[in-house]
Each structure stands twice: as structure tokens, then as C-alpha cells.
Write a protein that binds this ligand. Structure first.
Ligand code: ATP
Ligand code: MG
Length: 395
């Protein structure tokens, strides 16, 4: 093949990032060359493919090297925090990787893959820069309260083995309104000096005051200071912004974040996994986990955690003679009326026959008579009689 040296160089560059489709095309080219009798060229491409595969397996050590090369001084537990000059209140909190829980928060596969790709990119900034790709260093995480955003951001930092400088903008903006712009300047000097991940939580706080005519000028100053500092930090280190109210943010703020990650409320399957995750040390039957997940339709991870806590408390207090789950859920729905889906709540309080029939027919639950008995504290024949009553009443 003519100009094979150039083609070989292009293939080497392209398969460097480990993308499966690129690899596939190089394999196609190798096979075509082999078929045409260009055996030397085919074997050069084979060697290239093998060494690229090996580089990928070695990724963890490359990751450690790139971490060590990140600019900045090391933050330690004795590093002095930036403080507001007048009140001496700290402007940030620091979390070290050892302080952050190791369990990953649970999300759907699509969200998990997206998060994994951010972590991969941030672990390999050096390698990406070498092949001329400017890695993104800013990420905005948004979603309903309690969907696990803060926990996720902390967990990402743990994966990168970086300490987190956590700034709650709500506190920063409201308590120091007069001096906020200066505080923001101090804060960014601090985070840019150390090797860390900057976490700007409650980012929408800067927008909340916007409609107050007395504060318009001040807020503009604050927003500008924030945006300028975020811009100049882009080449220095990673920043994550978090908000519950994405609609409140200016387009100018959105533009600053290269990655924008929405955390949705969990679907049924994810609710099952979250309920199962929070259950230990109590061991609950599968039917109980599924009913809790059905009941928490539209809820966030934090709300599921709270239902599971109520369940665990009830099962501890019932000392072996487990209180039936439906009663526990009714109690939770009464004490947390606004959190539970209206339709699910009324089904729960409907008569037993209707509820049992829904449990049997619901496509997520598909309960057997045995399952219904297990959540309602009855035997199968009594469940069957109840469903029969309902069928007779609707005839
Ligand atoms: N997807 C999830 N997986 C595991 N735990 C979760 C999940 N979502 C929420 N939680 C639990 O809910 C609690 C609250 O999570 P977190 O504080 O991260 O939510 P948030 O989205 O930051 O909420 P807010 O917007 O109110 O600050 C945590 O204790 C976390 O363990
Ligand atoms: Mg939060």
C-alpha cells in the first residue's frame, strides 16, 4: 500500500484513546491488507493493536502519574482555611478522600456511564493534552433535592484521590453580601493554590437574590466575580457546581460548565437497588424491598433512605414478630404526606381487595399470592379470598 507509513502513524494516534469503533476499523484495515497479500503491513498493524491493548490495561498506573503531575501544593489537615476577614467565619469546608464514604451512589446505567466517562477524562488529563485534546475541567450537576448530587460529587473526588474544598454558596452569599466579591476572590486564590477539587454547592443561591431590587447591583458584582474566577480556574483545576434549580441559572453560568450532568429521580429498578443498599443489617424479604420501591414512585434516593429507616425501626421494635409492611408504609405516608405519590397513597389506604389486586397486576410488582401474603401478614388462602371478593363485587 502506498504511503503506508503515514497511515500507520494515523492508526497509532487514533487507537491511543481506546475507542472500540476506531479499533474495529484498524482491525478491518489489517484484515484487508492481509487478504491482499501485504503481510508485513498487516503484521505492523497487529503489533500496534496489541500494544494499544496493553496500554489500556496499564491505565491505573498512568492515572497515578497524572495525579502526581497535577499542579498545586498539597492540602493537609493543618492547612489554614480561607476566612471572611470581618467575621472570621470559614469560607469553605475541606473533605479528604479518607473522610468520604467508599460506596458509590446508585444511578441508572446511562447516568453511571456518563459519570464514569467524566472520571476517566479527569484521571487522564495529561494523556489527553498530549494528543491535543483539551480536557473539560468544569461540571455542573443538577437535579431534584435528595437525588444524591452532593454525595456523587464527593465520591468523584474520592475516585480522583483529591481533597474537596466545599463551598456552600447560599451561606456565602447571604451572610456576607457586602463583602462577597472579595470573599470569592480569596476563596479562588486558596483553591488555585492547592491540588483539590472545588465544589460549589447550592449554586442557584447567586440567582435567588436577583429579583430583589436592593440587591441587583450587588448580585451582578458577585456573579461577575464568580464567573471570572471560574474562567481563570479552568486551566488550573477541577470544579463542580451543583444546583437544584437549573432554571434559575443564567445562560452565562451554564456556558461556563463544559459538562452538564442531570441526575434524574430513580426508576423502579433503581429504587429496588437503593432500598436494598440501605437495608443492612436488617434482612428484608424481596417482596418487601419491591413494595417499598413501588410505594416510592417519584421519590428521590434520600426519601427511599428515609422509608427504609422507618421500616428498619419498625422491624427492630416488633421484636421478631415482624409488623406487616403495609401498616408501616401507611404510617410513613401519613407522616410524610407531601412526599408520597398521591395515587400510590390512596391505593395503600383503599380496601385490601383492591390493593391486593393492584399488587398482583402491577407490571413492576407482579406479586404472587405468596408475595402479597408476605407484605400483608396473611396466608395465601386469605389473600386469594380477598381478591375473589373483589372479583365478585365487580361482576
Ligand atoms: N442515588 C443514590 N444512591 C445512594 N444514596 C442516595 C442516592 N440519592 C440520595 N441518596 C442518599 O440521600 C442522601 C442525600 O443525598 P445528597 O445530599 O447527595 O442529595 P442532594 O441531591 O445533594 O440533595 P440537595 O439538593 O438537597 O442538597 C444521602 O444520605 C445519600 O446517601
Ligand atoms: Mg446537596
Amino acid at each position: 500500500m502506498e504511503h503506508f507509513a503515514i497511515i500507520q502513524a494515523l492508526c497509532r494516534l487514533a487507537i491511543g484513546d481506546g475507542s472500540p469503533p476506531v479499533r474495529q476499523q484498524v482491525e478491518r484495515l489489517r484484515d484487508a491488507l492481509q487478504k491482499d497479500g501485504n503481510l508485513n503491513q498487516a503484521s505492523s498493524l497487529s503489533a500496534l493493536l496489541t500494544s494499544a491493548g496493553r496500554t489500556k490495561e496499564l491505565a491505573p498506573s498512568r492515572l497515578t502519574r497524572s495525579r502526581a503531575q497535577m499542579p498545586g501544593e498539597q492540602l493537609t489537615r493543618s492547612t489554614a482555611l480561607p476566612v471572611d476577614r470581618e467575621t472570621a467565619a470559614p469560607l469553605a469546608e475541606i473533605f479528604f478522600p479518607d473522610d468520604i464514604q467508599a460506596d458509590a451512589p446508585l444511578f441508572t446505567p446511562t447516568v453511571t456511564n456518563a459519570i464514569q466517562s467524566v472520571i476517566e477524562e479527569w484521571s487522564n488529563t495529561e494523556a489527553l493534552s498530549k494528543i491535543g485534546i483539551q480536557p473539560s475541567k468544569t461540571c455542573l450537576i443538577y437535579g431534584a433535592p435528595g437525588t444524591g448530587k452532593t454525595r456523587l460529587a464527593l465520591w468523584i473526588a474520592k475516585q480522583l484521590d483529591l481533597p474537596v474544598v466545599l463551598v456552600r454558596l447560599d451561606g456565602l452569599v447571604s451572610s456576607f453580601l457586602g463583602t462577597t466579591a472579595r470573599n470569592i476572590g480569596n476563596l479562588f486564590s486558596f483553591v488555585n493554590r492547592y491540588r483539590c477539587l472545588l465544589l460549589l454547592d447550592e449554586f442557584d443561591a447567586i440567582a435567588k437574590h436577583r429579583d430583589d431590587p436592593q440587591e441587583v447591583g450587588e448580585i451582578k458584582r458577585v456573579v461577575n466575580a464568580l464567573l471570572q474566577n471560574l474562567d481563570s480556574r479552568k486551566d488550573i483545576g477541577f470544579s463542580i457546581g451543583i444546583t437544584n434549580h437549573p432554571k434559575l441559572l443564567d445562560p452565562a453560568v451554564w456556558r461556563r460548565f463544559e459538562v452538564q450532568l442531570e441526575i434524574p429521580r430513580p426508576d423502579f429498578q433503581m429504587r429496588v437497588e437503593i432500598a436494598r443498599h440501605f437495608m443492612p443489617p436488617v434482612s428484608a424479604p424481596e417482596s418487601h424491598i419491591k413494595l417499598i420501591s413501588w410505594f416510592t414512585e417519584g421519590c428521590t434516593g434520600a426519601e427511599i433512605e428515609s422509608v427504609v429507616r422507618t421500616y428498619k425501626r419498625a422491624s427492630a421494635l416488633s421484636s421478631g414478630d415482624r409488623k406487616e409492611l403495609i401498616e408501616t408504609l401507611k404510617q410513613f405516608a401519613t407522616l410524610n404526606a407531601a412526599r408520597i405519590d398521591e395515587a400510590r397513597r390512596s391505593l395503600l389506604f383503599d380496601n385490601a381487595s383492591s390493593l391486593f389486586k393492584v399488587m398482583r397486576d402491577d407490571p413492576d410488582l407482579q406479586f404472587t399470592l405468596g408475595d402479597i401474603g408476605e407484605v400483608a401478614g396473611r396466608d395465601k388462602s386469605s389473600v386469594s379470598r380477598q381478591i375473589g371478593k373483589r372479583a365478585a363485587a365487580t361482576r
